[in-house]
Ligand binder design. Structure first.
Ligand code: UT7
Length: 321
């Protein structure tokens, strides 16, 4: 058997910078109550959400993702021309051909980068982040732009109070590069295709449907262990985690996971209050806020866990840039 060469990669990989794009339009719970039977009080109590953002007509998954990535690149000091790979995590593109990553790379000026879309729904950013680290450590890339970008309002029935109250639009991004100290821990991931119907756009439908209570139960009964396993894989106890950044699905899920892990409230990211659930964008958006607010210092371990349609999930410990 011929043995083909492998490339020598970097010793480690780490996130060099995060970036965010939050659409300007703020949609309050009161605004939703105008065309759906719901209330500000109900939404706050059952989801923790006070408002979400809606993309403007000319804002797309690609344009919002490029805006977030451009900020992350500027912050990292890496030139767009030095990006080798663009990974776009999204489940809300308006079409499947072509994917959006190549267009995003072009908008960014990453003209020689490989580009691929990743659809693991709300877990997509954590999957893509793990692949970025693997690519850098295996030598197939030196600098990778990882984007989570969603325009979920494209797929929302504005009258469905089971979905329209939680989801919103936005994008977050990370620039990942080589490092002597590894800053992206082993990923713990998995899926359950028997529950593909839990969150989906039906074949004959135009809008996403969700078994909200079923997904809620699944997340609150199974995701704490996934997060704990990601900590163990990184050689850390949950008590050593500086910031806990779960997918911002519902604040009651966020708080339940933190409680199960014994992580104090002041170490938990709560971007959902102002952004709603932005699927694959929620984790990088939440981290970008922590960084902006100076709530994490370089090298601090952050525990990420994301889960959603598929069903899919992924978790890892990442050091703050
Ligand atoms: O990001 C991908 C993963 N997705 C998630 O993690 C979502 C997880 N699920 C959830 O966040 C929650 O299930 C929802 C926020 C979607 C729904 O909250 P819930 O506490 O599970 O409510 P429910 O669907 O069990 O409904 C409870 C009651 C029902 O009334 P009855 O039958 O008890 O009289 C609903 O009809 O609340 C009613 N209801 C509402 N009332 C006012 C459901 N939605 C609303 C609403 N406003 N928006």
């Amino acid at each position: 058997m011929t043995s083909l060469p492998t490339r020598a990669g970097a010793r480690g990989a780490r996130v060099l910078a995060f970036g965010e794009h939050r659409p300007a339009r703020v949609v309050t719970n009161d605004e939703l109550s105008e065309h759906m039977e719901t209330s500000d009080a109900w939404i706050r109590e059952r989801t923790g959400i006070a408002a979400r953002r809606y993309a403007a007509p000319d804002e797309t998954v690609v344009s919002m993702g490029a805006a977030a990535a451009a900020k992350a690149l500027a912050q990292s000091g890496i030139e767009a021309s030095d990006v080798d790979l663009v990974l776009l995590a999204s489940c809300s593109m308006t079409r499947s051909i072509p994917g959006g990553a190549a267009s995003l790379g072009t908008l960014l000026g990453a003209t020689r980068a490989g580009a691929v879309d990743v659809n693991a729904a709300c877990a997509g950013f954590c999957y893509a982040l793990s692949w970025a680290a693997d690519a850098i450590r295996n030598g197939s890339a030196r600098h990778v732009v990882v984007v989570g970008s969603e325009r979920l309002t494209t797929w929302l029935d504005p009258t469905d109070r089971g979905t329209a109250i939680i989801f919103g639009d936005g994008a977050g991004a990370a620039v990942v590069g080589p490092s002597d100290d590894n800053g992206i821990g082993p990923v713990v991931w998995g899926s359950d295709g028997t529950r593909a119907d839990s969150i989906r756009v039906p074949d004959d439908g135009a809008y996403v449907t969700m078994d909200g209570p079923g997904v809620f139960r699944w997340a609150t009964t199974e995701m704490a262990e996934v997060a704990r396993n990601a900590c163990a894989a990184a050689g850390l106890e949950p008590s050593e985690i500086k910031s806990f950044v779960p997918h911002q699905a519902n604040l009651r899920i966020v708080d339940s996971l933190a409680r199960q892990l014994g992580i104090d409230a002041d170490r938990v990211a709560r971007d959902i209050v102002e952004m709603g659930n932005t699927s694959s964008a929620s984790v990088p958006l939440a981290i970008a806020r922590l960084v902006d607010e100076g709530r994490v210092s370089p090298g601090d371990p952050m525990l990420l866990v994301a889960f959603g349609a598929g069903l899919t999930y992924a978790a890892q410990v990442v050091t703050a840039p």
